[in-house]
Design a protein around this ligand. Structure first.
Ligand SMILES: NC(=O)C1=CN([C@@H]2O[C@H](COP(=O)(O)OP(=O)(O)OC[C@H]3O[C@@H](n4cnc5c(N)ncnc54)[C@H](OP(=O)(O)O)[C@@H]3O)[C@@H](O)[C@H]2O)C=CC1
Ligand SMILES: O=C1O[C@H](COP(=O)(O)O)[C@@H](O)[C@H](O)[C@H]1O
Length: 494
C-alpha cells in the first residue's frame, strides 16, 4: 500500500470532554496518528466550559485511547499534542483567546494554517460556534484550509435545518462544511458505489426491470439507554431514517456519476433523493408505519425507561416504502426500517430480484420445482460482507432445485483491522474529500420527504406500545410489504 504524506492540521474540538469525543473521536484521531496520516505536525485544542490543565486533559486522552494501544510511550507522545482551553461558546472574548492559542500552535507545530473545527456539542450550539469563529477571526487567514465539522442531528425538520444551514453558510462555504453521518463511514456503505459501478454484471440489472424491491434494515437490540432526553424529542424517523437510512438509499438509487469525485457523486445522490415521491396524509398512512416497544422478557416498556414521559408517543420504530419517480426505479419499491429493542443488531441491505419471466422448471418436468428470487445482501453490521442467494440444482438423486449463498464475509481478524467509521471520516476531512458526507441539498431533500410523515404522526394519536422487545417490530410493517406481494427477507433469510 502506498504511504501517504501526513496532513498538517490544528483541530479545535468543541465539546472536548463530551461523551462522543472521549468514546469515538480521540480513538479515531489516535488511529490516524498510529497509521501515519497525522505526524508530529498536528495539535488539538479541546474546548468546553470546564477548567482543566493541559495535563489533566492529556490524562483523559490517554484513558480514552487505552483500548487502541499498549504502547505507553506512543500514547504519551500522542497526548503531548493536546491542549486544553476553557471556553464558553457564547463568550466572544474566549474566541479572541482561542485565536491567539491557534496562531501559537500553528507556529510551534508548523501547521501551515490548516484548521479543522469540530463541533461535537448539542445542536443548538452549531450555528453560534460557526458564526463566532468567523466573526472573531479564528479562521486561518494565511492560506491554509478551514473545515467545519458538524455532528448530528442536522435540524429536526426542513425549516430548522435550513435555518441552521443558513447560519453555517454565512460563515463557511458549502465545500468547507462536513456534515457527519457515521453510517457513511461504515465499510459496506462505502463499498456500495464500487459494488454497483465497478461490476457491469450488477449495474446492468440495477433497475426496475430486474429488481423487485430493495430493503434497508437498521435494527438495534438495545433500547433508548441513557439518551431519553434527546431521543424522546427525536424518534426513530428523525434519528435513523432521515439521515442514515436515506443516505444509504441515495447510494443504492443514484445514477452513475461521471467520475468518482465528491461533487459528481453528490449531484447524482441529490437527483435520486429529489425524485422520491413526497406523500400526502393518505400516502403517509398507506406507506409508513410507526411503533413503540412495550415491556417484555424482564425489560421495561419504552414509557417506563428512565427519563421517558409515561405518556410518550415517541416512535422507537419506523418503517416505510419509498417510491422513486424516475425511469430507473419506476415501480420498484424501496423499503426502509429501523427500531430499538428488536430481535438483533442487524444493519443490512437486501435486494430482491425478479424471477425469470418464464420458469421452465415449474411445469413440464417430472418433478415441478419452484425457483426463488435471487437476493443480493450487503451486510453492514455486525457482519460485513456480500451474499448472493441463487438457485441451483441440489446434488441428490432426482431433479431438485435449491438455493445457495455465494458469499464474502469479512473474517473477525480482517474486521479488527478495518478503520472505525470516525477514523475514515476524519481521514477524508483531512484530505478535503466530501464523498462520504451529506451535502445540504441531500439533507434538504431528505427532510422534505420526512416532514409530512412526522407532521401526520405528531397530529394523530398512535396505539402504543405496539411491539414486543425482541420481535422485529409491529405487524403493520409486515402488512406494508405483503400488500405489494413482498416480505422482509431478514430474519427469514434462506
Ligand atoms: N454521544 C454519542 O454517542 C453521539 C453523539 N452525537 C452528537 O454529538 C454531539 C455531542 O454529543 P455528546 O458528546 O454525547 O454530548 P455531551 O453532552 O456528552 O457533551 C457536550 C459537550 O459540550 C460542552 N458544552 C456544553 N455547553 C457548553 C458551552 N456553553 N460552551 C462550551 N462547551 C459547552 C460540554 O462541556 P461543559 O459542560 O464542560 O461545557 C461537553 O463537553 C451532539 O450533537 C450529539 O447529537 C452523535 C452520535 C452519537
Ligand atoms: O446515529 C445513531 O446511531 C446509533 C446506531 O449506530 P450504530 O453504528 O451502532 O449502528 C443509534 O443507536 C442512535 O440512536 C443514533 O443516534
Amino acid at each position: 500500500m502506498a504511504t501517504e504524506t501526513p496532513t498538517r492540521a490544528l483541530f479545535m474540538l468543541f465539546g472536548g470532554t463530551g461523551d462522543l469525543a472521549l468514546r469515538k473521536l480521540y480513538p479515531a484521531i489516535f488511529n490516524l496518528y498510529k497509521k501515519g496520516s497525522l505526524s508530529k505536525h498536528f495539535a488539538l485544542v479541546g474546548l468546553s466550559r470546564k477548567e482543566l490543565t493541559d495535563d489533566e486533559f492529556r490524562a483523559k486522552i490517554i484513558d480514552s485511547i487505552a483500548s487502541e494501544t499498549d504502547d505507553k510511550a506512543q500514547a504519551e507522545e500522542f497526548a503531548s499534542h493536546f491542549y486544553w482551553k476553557s471556553h464558553d461558546v457564547n463568550n466572544l472574548g474566549h474566541y479572541a483567546e482561542l485565536r491567539t492559542i491557534a496562531d501559537e500552535l500553528d507556529k510551534k507545530y508548523e501547521l501551515e494554517g490548516n484548521r479543522v473545527f469540530y463541533v461535537s456539542m448539542a445542536p443548538q450550539f452549531f450555528g453560534i460556534v460557526a458564526k463566532n469563529l468567523k466573526d472573531q477571526h479564528v479562521l486561518s487567514e494565511n492560506g491554509g484550509f478551514n473545515r467545519l465539522v458538524i455532528e448530528k442531528p442536522f435540524g429536526r425538520d426542513y425549516e430548522s435545518a435550513k435555518k441552521l444551514n443558513d447560519e453555517l453558510t454565512s460563515a463557511f462555504n458549502e465545500n468547507q462544511i462536513y456534515r457527519i453521518d457515521h453510517y457513511l463511514g461504515k465499510e459496506t456503505t462505502q463499498a456500495i458505489p464500487v459494488i454497483r459501478f465497478g461490476n457491469p454484471i450488477i449495474e446492468s440489472v440495477w433497475n426496475q426491470n430486474f429488481i423487485k424491491n430493495v430493503q434497508v434494515t437498521l435494527a438495534e437490540s438495545l433500547g433508548v439507554e441513557d439518551r431519553a432526553g434527546y431521543y424522546d424529542t427525536a424518534g426513530a424517523l428523525r434519528d435513523m431514517i432521515q439521515n442514515h437510512a436515506l443516505q444509504i438509499v441515495s447510494y443504492l438509487a443514484m445514477d452513475e456519476p461521471n467520475t468518482f469525485v465528491d461533487t459528481e457523486i453528490r449531484k447524482e445522490k441529490v437527483k435520486a433523493l429529489e425524485s422520491m415521491e413526497i406523500y400526502d396524509a393518505e400516502g403517509v398512512k398507506q406507506n409508513f408505519v410507526r411503533g413503540q416497544y412495550g415491556a417484555g422478557d424482564g425489560s421495561p416498556a419504552y414509557r417506563d425507561e428512565p427519563g421517558v414521559p409515561k405518556d410518550s408517543n415517541n416512535d422507537t420504530y419506523a418503517a416505510g416504502k419509498i417510491v422513486f419517480n424516475n425511469p430507473r426505479w419506476g415501480k420498484t419499491p424501496f423499503y426502509v426500517r429501523s427500531g430499538k429493542k428488536l430481535a438483533a443488531k442487524q444493519g443490512r441491505i437486501d435486494i430482491e430480484f425478479k424471477k425469470p419471466l418464464v420458469d421452465i422448471f415449474a411445469k413440464g418436468t417430472k418433478q415441478p420445482q419452484e425457483l426463488q428470487s435471487n437476493v443480493l445482501s450487503l451486510l453492514i453490521d455486525p457482519k460485513v460482507g456480500i451474499v448472493l442467494n441463487i438457485n441451483t440444482k441440489n446434488s441428490e438423486q432426482g431433479f431438485h432445485t435449491e438455493t445457495v449463498d455465494l458469499d464474502y464475509v469479512q473474517s473477525p481478524e480482517r474486521a479488527a483491522e478495518v478503520p472505525l467509521p470516525y477514523e475514515r471520516l476524519f481521514h477524508d476531512i483531512l484530505n478535503g474529500d466530501g464523498t462520504y458526507f451529506a451535502s445540504w441539498p441531500e439533507v434538504a431533500a431528505a427532510w422534505k420527504f420526512v416532514d409530512p410523515i412526522q407532521h401526520l404522526w405528531d397530529a394523530t394519536q398512535p396505539d402504543f406500545p405496539n411491539y414486543k422487545p425482541g420481535s422485529m417490530g409491529p405487524k403493520a410493517a409486515d402488512d406494508l410489504l405483503a400488500r405489494d406481494g413482498n416480505s422482509w427477507y431478514y430474519p427469514n433469510v434462506r
